[in-house]
Design a protein around this ligand. Structure first.
Ligand code: ADP
Ligand code: MG
Length: 214
């Protein structure tokens, strides 16, 4: 299978070519077309298997294809367990949003709160964040999630291990479920809390497990 088999927007294809990736990895081969159907996913594959593009590519495709439901609310939120991971995801995302109409911002714990309030007031299309700080801004109504189209939980198992369940629930509840798609990625699906969370957050999710008996 090739990237050209997914029916992606031309700009996305040219970014993938620019990155020099010839072939989608296994998780990308399964998760990209599944996510593009609009269904919820719970997906696992090992570290280094290319999960970041497995969600960035369908997220970009969705935004380029769909008319905005809301002008002001973020359309895609990507949550990661740590600041370092959030930065890595943000850097990958920016390669795709560069030169597009889409604005992406990074909201991390430990950084200046008031600067982030100003950043959120600029109505970004994408937010990449760590859950604690994003939940704080949500509590203080510095942004809303009424127009959210896509919620992505990267390394959901680690976020739960780090004690972010309450913040994830808060973010989940603030976003309209009817028009929202949720993609959950995890290194493993053999994690009881991940499965409980999937039941609570995902609608009839498709399960994709690469390199596992499950
Ligand atoms: P994971 O999130 O599963 O740990 P990453 O998304 O961080 O993995 O990707 C690991 C590395 O593989 C990164 O350096 C990324 O740029 C590279 N990569 C991603 N997709 C491909 C691909 N289709 N072909 C070659 N390399 C890729
Ligand atoms: Mg990753």
């Amino acid at each position: 299978m090739e990237f050209s088999d997914f029916g992606l927007d031309r700009k996305i294809m040219s970014t993938v070519e620019h990155l020099g990736f010839n072939k989608p990895t296994e998780i990308q081969q399964q998760a990209i077309p599944a996510a593009m159907t609009g269904q919820d996913l719970i997906a696992s594959s090992k570290t280094g298997s290319g999960k970041t593009l497995a969600f960035i590519i369908p997220a970009m495709q969705r935004l380029m294809k769909n008319r905005p439901l809301s002008k002001r609310d973020p359309r895609v939120v990507i949550l990661t367990p740590t600041r370092e991971l959030a930065k890595q995801v943000f850097n990958q995302l920016r390669i795709f949003t560069a030169g597009s109409q889409f604005k992406a911002v990074l909201i991390l714990g430990g950084e200046n709160f008031n600067d982030q309030v100003k950043t959120l007031a600029k109505d970004p299309h994408f937010i990449v964040a760590t859950p604690g700080r994003l939940a704080d801004h949500l509590t203080q109504r510095h942004f809303h999630l009424n127009g959210l189209e896509l919620l992505i939980l990267d390394e959901a198992d680690r976020m739960l291990d780090l004690g972010f369940a309450e913040q994830l629930n808060q973010i989940n509840q603030a976003a309209d479920h009817r028009k929202r798609q949720t993609l959950m990625f995890s290194a493993t699906l053999d994690h009881a809390q991940v499965n409980d969370f999937a039941l609570a957050l995902l609608k009839k999710p498709k399960r994709i497990a690469i390199g596992s008996a499950h």
